[in-house]
Design a protein around this ligand. Structure first.
Ligand code: 4AD
Ligand code: MG
Length: 461
């Protein structure tokens, strides 16, 4: 007989059926007349209550059923008397697959801090919090594919190992098989990467955008969704060294189309979570952040405020005294400035047309000679959730900007060729997947929305 998920067993439609449940014990309580076991199998935040008559089971088996143990239970599903759920199971058979020693199992009934749980990331998916976060994370990934598929975008797999620096920021992890202790050297005494695996210097990608552009200029509308890597030493609650990014890229789209897509997609995803992850979002709302549900709903309901960087500076400068970091036209915005704008306008803000010297080489240059068609989406709680732009489609302008910014032409000859052969106006953006999950779950640290976070000095598990 196959087992049924706890989620299905909790459905009133299961009442009257004999079924098998398998999962991990959250708690066991009771007395010599009755035992109550709360069972969770990860299919839902809710536990199935198993009700057993201790006189019908051998003592050894019952003793092994402690918090953390993995068990199988067979019994009749009945309407629940008082477990807070619609159903419970009257158990007739119990089997213990794996015990969990009471003295050493780290996840006891009492609550644990999120910091402590990070140290036991191999077990934290078994907590209510991480179960909820990981189910929401899955749902967001699924909804992203659905959103793009339903709108005619194609999923393009951009490479993870590359020979270029897509953002030109030099924050890359090297990929090499050379002997680190004693690498081969060329005549100049430099490391000879021609002898390396790929015959050249390679690194983990910081973004799939450049390859995404190649896809868009053939398939029309594409998106990438994969891991990206940044060796930036940012030890903040918003940065990971390994994170997932979604990068749509669209031929024949300009900066306004780009904003429309970003806003529509974010609203779709948040609405999807409100509809399809209700129990988990409600749990997190009650547990950590009583304003979570209201904040999510308000983002779905209201239009995003759109303005240029220059207009934002005009809002920020008169409030200079409130900030730790100086702000004037030309400075990159700090988190405190982004937060100010978001609370000033009471919701998400899309900023465009940033000074060119603080943005990447590929962004389309405006006629003013000072700004580029960049687009950042700023979110309450998060700050920058999306970064993107319309792209420079003019070969000469792109090459000139690459030279100005010391981007090696030899690494990007293939990218430049798209501007030689059938170039067209196009635009795209990158959504940080963990920042989206952070927003939807209301968690406060990005390390708590990815199963196994990679951050400076941390690659355990
Ligand atoms: O703004 P970024 O650097 O833009 C790009 O990489 C472009 N190539 C995207 C594009 O136009 N196709 O990164 C995009 C987003 C950020 O807005 C942020 O949400 C997320 O990626 N991000 C990070 N998330 C977690 N940890 C980090 N270290 C991140 N760096 C960027
Ligand atoms: Mg950015």
């Amino acid at each position: 007989m196959e087992h049924t998920s706890v989620k299905d067993l909790l459905n009133a439609a299961s009442i009257g059926k004999t079924a098998i449940a398998k999962g991990w014990v959250r708690t066991k309580r009771g007395n010599k007349n009755v035992a109550f076991i709360a069972l969770n199998d990860g299919s839902t935040i809710h536990n199935l209550q198993l009700v057993a008559d201790p006189t019908k089971f051998d003592e050894e088996t019952l003793k092994k059923i402690t918090t953390g143990a993995c068990i199988r239970a067979k019994g009749e599903v009945v309407a629940s008397q008082g477990s807070g759920q619609a159903t419970e199971m009257q158990v007739s058979e119990l089997e213990v697959y794996g015990e969990a020693d009471v003295d050493t199992y780290p996840l006891q009934k009492k609550g644990h801090t999120l910091e402590f749980l990070r140290e036991i990331a191999h077990l934290r998916p078994r907590t209510n919090t991480f179960g909820a976060v990981l189910r929401i994370r899955h749902n967001m990934a699924f909804a992203i594919h659905k959103y793009f598929n339903d709108r005619g975008f194609f999923y393009l797999h951009s490479p993870i190992i590359t020979g270029s620096d897509a953002e030109g920021a030099g924050e890359m992890f090297r990929v090499s098989v050379l002997d680190a202790e004693n690498p081969p050297r060329n005549e100049e005494g430099k490391i000879d990467y021609t002898q390396d695996f790929f015959g050249k210097e390679t690194n983990l990608t910081v973004s799939g955008q450049l390859e995404g552009e190649l896809g868009a200029m053939a398939l029309g509308k594409i998106y990438t969704f994969g891991p990206t890597f940044r060796a930036e030493n940012s030890n903040t609650p918003r940065h990971l060294a390994e994170f997932w990014m979604i990068e749509p890229e669209m031929a024949f789209h300009d900066i306004v189309d780009n904003q429309d897509l970003a806003e529509d997609m974010l609203k779709y995803l948040i609405n999807y979570a409100l509809t399809n992850c209700k129990d988990d979002v409600e749990f997190l709302n009650n547990m950590y952040d009583k304003e979570l549900l209201a904040r999510l709903q308000s983002v779905v309901d209201k239009p995003f405020k759109r303005m240029t960087y220059t207009e934002a500076i005009d809002v920020l400068v008169p409030n200079k005294a409130k900030f730790e970091f100086d702000v004037e036209w030309g400075t990159d915005l700090q988190k405190e400035h982004e937060n100010f704008l978001v609370s000033h306008f009471g919701g998400p803000v899309i900023l465009t047309d940033y000074p060119k010297h603080i943005k990447a080489f590929y962004m389309k240059q405006n006629d003013d000679g000072k700004t580029v068609r960049a687009m950042d989406v700023l979110f309450p709680w998060i700050g920058e959730i999306i970064g993107g732009s319309q792209r420079e489609e003019n070969y000469d302008k792109l090459l000139q900007r690459m030279n100005e910014m010391h981007i090696p032409e030899k690494d990007l000859w293939w990218y430049l060729e798209t501007r030689k052969f059938g170039t067209c106006p196009h635009a795209g953006f990158g959504l940080g997947f963990e920042r989206l999950v952070l927003f939807v779950t209301g968690m406060s640290n990005i390390r708590d929305v990815i199963p196994f976070p990679r951050t400076p000095k941390n690659a355990e598990f």
